[in-house]
Design a protein around this ligand. Structure first.
Ligand code: AMP
Length: 429
């Protein structure tokens, strides 16, 4: 159930009004940034995104204990150490950052206790401990169900102590990690219970909630959802949930071919999930019943191989020659989509219109960025989310030309499915 409305947000403990003076705030951020071979941060977006929240605490007379995960370590490994990102955090924050080389233990506790107002402590990667995710590690592949169950129970038990230790460092808790808000981990969810009256969202999560809320709860009509990407199966719940809210739905990218084939079209070797075809037909039927207009590609750029340099041809989406694959939206399709988007007052976009990673098949996705930006300039509200769509917007330098760019791929998708995210629920309760 989708519960966390902007109104509820206003009734809760709030980062804008909370008194941080003399308090230590433990803040869960998403510093899961990409690093190159020299351990330099190659994309600082996530660090930048957390700065308003971090600065707010410092400027209000508090001190900071920052916690995050980085990558998917199975144990403590230097390549996943958060110490690599200290220079970037210091630069963005404009303050020196102390580092606790273990998020547990006496040293971290002492460093946290010694913090003075305005000081910042970064804890080492939370996922160096299995307790963060609450999943057992190092189980032998031949472990019996009993052993698996016992290992799970053991890690859940020690997770309580892990969480209590993190909580003991601070007077208040802020969750600003939207990217992991759909995970029920120690630092995103369980820790909140230790701060019944002193837990709140950071500005980033607040912004995400407000933007998604605007789209799901109080959109101006006509509203259009643009859904692309590879698979129908991964977006089916979202599509179903959105059918009750939108006037138009543009279905592009690889997942459109399942619809086309289900309707009897010839899709050559294009991506298709045959087992999803009945669901695709069901969606089309429901859309018709609800008066939602569905726009699937009309023409496509087809290629004779899944390769940037493959031979290409433009053909109707339902007449793709054998051996060829639909790789990007064609010119007629883009004209139609443009009209629909320009006539929309609210636009939600997730997923690329083609194989965006290959420059020769990125045109459709890049044109979508232009259409959404133009509609936004004309006064529409636009929310863009999901790895490739966000990458396309950023690549074109258009992040400020759309209303909101969501930072959480998986989290945004689950939110759009209508689920309440554990990280949000834990603060709201
Ligand atoms: P998703 O994670 O579901 O949003 O899907 C993103 C992926 O969909 C990207 O890696 C794209 O390359 C892929 N994709 C988009 N259009 C197509 C297509 N026509 N054929 C194959 N893959 C596609």
């Amino acid at each position: 159930m989708y519960l966390c409305t902007t109104q509820i947000l206003e009734e809760m403990q709030n980062i804008s009004t909370y008194n941080f003076k003399g308090k230590r705030a433990i803040v869960r951020v998403d510093f899961n940034v990409p690093l190159n071979a020299e351990f330099q941060v190659t994309d600082k977006t996530r660090i930048r995104a957390a700065i308003p929240t971090l600065k707010k605490v410092l400027e209000s007379g508090g001190s900071l204990i920052i916690m995050s995960h980085l990558g998917r370590p199975k144990k403590a490994e230097d390549k996943f150490s958060l110490r690599h990102i200290i220079p970037d955090v210091e630069k963005q924050l404009g303050a020196p950052v102390l580092f606790a080389p273990d998020c547990m233990g006496k040293e971290a506790a002492n460093m946290a206790a010694a913090l003075k107002p305005g000081e910042v402590l970064l804890l080492e990667n939370l996922r160096f401990y299995a307790e963060e995710e609450g999943k057992p590690r190092g189980l032998a592949p031949e472990a019996s169900d009993e052993e698996k169950k016992a290992a799970k129970a053991a890690v859940k038990e020690s997770q309580k102590k892990f969480t209590a230790t993190l909580a003991s460092y601070a007077d208040c808790y802020i969750n600003d990690a939207f990217g992991t808000a759909h995970r029920a981990h120690a630092s995103t969810t369980l820790i909140a219970a230790h701060f019944p009256n002193d837990k709140m969202f950071g500005f980033l999560i607040e912004g995400e909630i407000k933007a998604i809320d605007k789209v799901l709860r109080s959109p101006e009509h006509p509203m259009t959802a643009i859904l692309g990407g590879a698979k129908v199966s991964s977006k089916i719940t979202i599509i179903e949930n959105l059918l009750d809210k939108v006037d138009n739905m543009i279905i592009g990218g690889g997942m459109s071919f399942t619809f086309v084939k289900a309707c009897g079209g010839k899709i050559g070797d294009s991506l298709c999930e045959d087992d999803q075809m009945p669901l695709a037909l069901n969606i089309l039927k429901k859309a018709e019943e609800k008066g939602v207009k569905i726009y699937i590609s009309e023409d496509v750029i087809a290629a004779d191989a899944f390769d940037n340099d493959a031979k290409t041809t433009v053909c109707p989406v339902d007449r793709i020659p054998d051996g060829w694959k639909g790789m990007d939206a064609g010119p007629e399709t883009l004209e139609t989509w443009k009209k629909v988007i320009m006539d929309s007052k609210t636009i939600l976009w997730n997923g690329p219109a083609g194989v965006f990673e290959m420059p020769n098949f990125a045109n459709g996705t890049l044109r979508l960025v232009e259409f959404v930006a133009e509609a936004t300039r004309n006064g529409s509200f636009s929310l863009v989310g999901g790895g490739d769509s966000v990458a396309a917007v950023t690549q074109m330098g258009y992040a400020k030309k759309v209303s909101y760019v969501s930072t959480g791929g998986g989290a945004m998708l689950e939110y759009l499915e209508g689920k309440e995210l554990p990280g949000i629920q834990a603060i709201r309760q």
